[in-house]
Design a binder for this molecule. Sequence first.
Ligand SMILES: NC(=O)c1ccc[n+]([C@@H]2O[C@H](COP(=O)([O-])OP(=O)(O)OC[C@H]3O[C@@H](n4cnc5c(N)ncnc54)[C@H](OP(=O)(O)O)[C@@H]3O)[C@@H](O)[C@H]2O)c1
Length: 316
Amino acid sequence: METMKAIICAKYGPPEVLQIKQCKKPVPGKDEVLIKIYAASVTNSDIFIRSSNVPFLMMIPMRLMIGLTKPRQEIIGEVFSGEIESVGSGIHRFKAGDQVYGLTGFSLGAYADYKCMKEIDSKQGCLALKPENISFEEATSAAYGGLLAFQSMEKGNIKAGQKILIYGASGTSGTIAIQFARYLGAEVTGICGSSNIALVKSLGADKVLDYTRKDSIKMLEKYDFILDAVGKRKTSELKKACEKALTPNGKYFSIDDSALLLESDRLNRIRELIESEKIRPINDKCYPFEQIVEAHKYVELGHKKGNVAITVNKKP
Ligand SMILES: NC(=O)c1ccc[n+]([C@@H]2O[C@H](COP(=O)([O-])OP(=O)(O)OC[C@H]3O[C@@H](n4cnc5c(N)ncnc54)[C@H](OP(=O)(O)O)[C@@H]3O)[C@@H](O)[C@H]2O)c1
């Protein structure tokens, strides 16, 4: 039996529950590709699944979804980039040697040497060719932050010249949302903490407000679209004030207002914008595979700048 290394989450708990083990290497079916994974993202969703640390009322529906007493999928991880090693006879979109990026949906399994994926989008994930001009680690930021940012920004139907506010501009999705809004020709204000102001300006924000400063509230204008890019659990006085800072037809949307859509068309669009240098994914830290516990501890602090990745295999 061929084996591979993988990070196993055999029970809910702190980062230390994650263990590296040898597991059976998956074999692709007729309608699957076998991907050698080079990098995986350490996302808030991974932290959520590993810790199962959610408000009591959410616990039962969440556990029904991901596993009652332990994660149903032992190998967690939902964002990856890598190279296709082999393809089943029914595969048409991809061939061996293609470099790809994507999300694994409910099937998880990105924290491993190999993962089998279907080429058709489903709740089990989505897959597309990776942008050529970025690293595998950056590609994981593009996949996760890009999908979240794009699907949320599309709710705004943004037009050139409109005023857009991105609350939480320094996270994985916020850093991409700022750049996407600028690409669409909007006038963009980003909100972040003091230590991220320079980063958010460098992404093209016209104005930047600091959520830790009380006087930022006075600087709010009226916006055509406001995106809460950090989610409902992270808030501040400034965020509450934002809800009233809309034009008469303005719209406020939280990244938590809809489920993450697993769509390869959107991944293709993100690739085009990255390859034409209209947007660039932001990576904070990148950990070796063996330091997955440290990576989870860091992400759990809630202050990463952009994305955190693990290198699963180094591309020769
Ligand atoms: N809809 C879905 O299906 C779905 C799926 C996945 C995730 N999500 C949501 O997406 C959210 C964002 O994830 P992400 O990975 O893009 O973000 P993230 O990387 O977790 O955001 C981290 C950034 O948030 C900033 N931050 C922390 N507290 C803040 C606050 N109170 N106000 C403003 N900024 C704050 C931090 O900056 P400082 O260091 O300056 O504080 C840090 O740079 C998740 O938390 C989750 O709610 C939704």
